[in-house]
Design a protein around this ligand. Structure first.
Ligand code: PXP
Length: 237
């Protein structure tokens, strides 16, 4: 069965819209865990537009499943991660002007740098995941870094405007999953997965986990977070 990690960034987005203390992403994480999430994901962005340092520090103390800190390879955040020691860090590209993470990280163009970064995280007892496009050259580069996990960007699949395009993107993910699995990487995926397309994740071989934020938090506005998480888990079964 594919497991679900819940990204709680957008609970913080709503809080930041008023600059007050609610809704609290730390409370959201507890509800998501009780509903069956196997991990909590949050992205501490350089501009702190949603998740704040305080959130991550409290999540470190309260999350009882697995804390996955999404982050750019930026010196300040790297030092933060070394101190925090989440179970997992997921390295993503980050641009200030983007609304959300656009595209995967180009690991292949800086393999030596990412190899060093991975070793340093592992010396701090942190597992490492890279968020990449489902391309063989990027998978090979992630394998070279010594990371344990790969997360495939599912955005192009999620944005497909025709059935044929969706099937083509699914095939790309299936092939990439085979390559990554044979390289010994744990295979995960995320971005744009929602209640209409999540069932297709079951067609990706070796897929261990998906990371979902926007669709779950959006549905939670109407149904409550507990129901939103349970409904997603049911689709992944
Ligand atoms: N995985 C990664 C690496 C991401 O950057 C994001 C978006 O923050 C997600 C998963 C979740 O994407 P979505 O919010 O579209 O479910």
């Amino acid at each position: 069965m594919i497991q679900l990690a819940v990204n709680i960034d957008h609970v913080a987005t709503i809080r930041q819209a008023r600059g007050e203390s609610e809704p609290d992403p730390v409370a959201a994480a507890a509800i998501a865990e009780l509903a069956g999430a196997v991990g909590i994901v949050c992205h501490l962005r350089e501009d702190r537009r949603h998740v704040q340092d305080r959130d991550v520090q409290l999540l470190r103390q309260t999350v009882s499943t697995k804390l996955d800190l999404e982050m750019a390879a930026n010196d300040e955040i790297i030092a933060f991660a070394h101190n925090l020691k989440p179970e997992l860090v997921t390295l993503v590209p980050e641009k200030r002007e983007e609304l959300t993470t656009e595209g995967g990280l180009d690991v292949a163009s800086r393999t030596s740098y990412f190899h060093e970064l991975t070793k340093e995280m592992q010396r701090h007892s942190i597992e490492v995941s890279y968020f990449i496009e489902p391309d063989a050259s990027q998978i090979e580069a992630v394998h070279f870094t010594g990371a344990e996990v790969v997360e495939f960007h599912t955005g192009t699949f999620a944005n497909a405007r025709s059935h044929a395009e969706q099937r083509a993107q699914l095939k790309r993910l299936q092939q990439a999953a085979e390559v990554a699995h044979h390289a010994g990487l744990r295979v995960t995926a995320g971005h744009g997965i929602n209640y209409a397309n999540a069932h297709l994740m079951k067609e990706i071989p070796h897929l261990h986990e998906v990371s979902i934020g926007h669709a779950i938090i959006s549905r939670a506005v109407f149904s409550g977070l507990d129901t939103a998480v349970r409904d997603m888990i049911a689709l992944l079964k």
